[in-house]
Design a protein around this ligand. Structure first.
Ligand SMILES: C[S@@+](CC[C@H](N)C(=O)[O-])C[C@H]1O[C@@H](n2cnc3c(N)ncnc32)[C@H](O)[C@@H]1O
Length: 187
């Protein structure tokens, strides 16, 4: 990981400066970013979906992990200022498609199947995102949901859903804001 960080030192330092100087970017921390990187490197998904781009920090790390694989990352952001910042920050990255708007409206229009989904948007709506992406998941797709500890109450419906649906096998990881990692199995 040190080699990757060294290679992208300047961009990562720009992200750090933004995180410290702009309110409400809500970026994942570096440990979570590196975990996404490792999961993607291992899983080698064909298509990735991210719900909640913010200024593109997590997208950048996922792009680093997948650029050599011919993978496309579809990422959705509803806030215009953060969307524009992400566009700027991710200029030159060739495997990212940025969508501006509400995930609930955009997801139904994406005619693709995903092997890896990162959910990091409006906490009470995780359950709605999950229901929308269900038919767009490939067998053995991985879903990573952020904030499952920091926003446990808002996310409870989502957590109950993955727990009660036998298509999902999930584990909770107590790092950063808490991650739930689920594997989806077509039944
Ligand atoms: C926690 S931040 C994402 C941080 C980003 N994943 C990162 O680590 O760099 C959540 C983002 O989701 C966006 N968001 C909230 N509700 C949304 C929705 N319904 N559709 C798309 N984006 C949404 C917010 O505007 C916010 O920028």
């Amino acid at each position: 990981m040190e080699r990757i960080k060294e290679l992208h030192k300047q961009k990562l330092s720009e992200f750090n400066i933004q995180r410290d100087s702009i309110n409400k970017l809500w970026n994942i921390n570096e440990q979570t970013a590196q975990l996404l990187y490792m999961l993607i490197k291992t899983k080698q998904p064909k298509n990735i979906l991210e719900i909640g781009t913010s200024n593109g920090y997590s997208t950048f790390w996922m792009s680093l992990a997948s650029e050599q694989l011919g993978v496309i990352i579809d990422t959705i952001e509803v806030d215009e200022a953060r969307f524009k910042l992400a566009q700027k920050n991710l200029t030159g990255r060739k495997n990212i498609i940025l969508y501006f708007g509400k995930a609930e409206q955009i997801i139904p229009k994406l005619n693709k199947k995903y092997d890896f989904v990162f959910i990091d948007a409006n906490k009470v709506d995780y359950i709605n995102y999950a229901k929308l992406i269900l038919k767009k998941l490939n067998d053995k797709a991985i879903i990573v949901a952020d904030n499952v500890i920091s926003h446990k109450e808002s996310l409870q419906e989502y957590l109950d859903y993955t727990k009660s649906n036998s298509a999902f096998e999930s584990m909770l990881l107590d790092i950063d804001s808490g991650l739930e990692i689920s594997v989806y199995k077509i039944q």
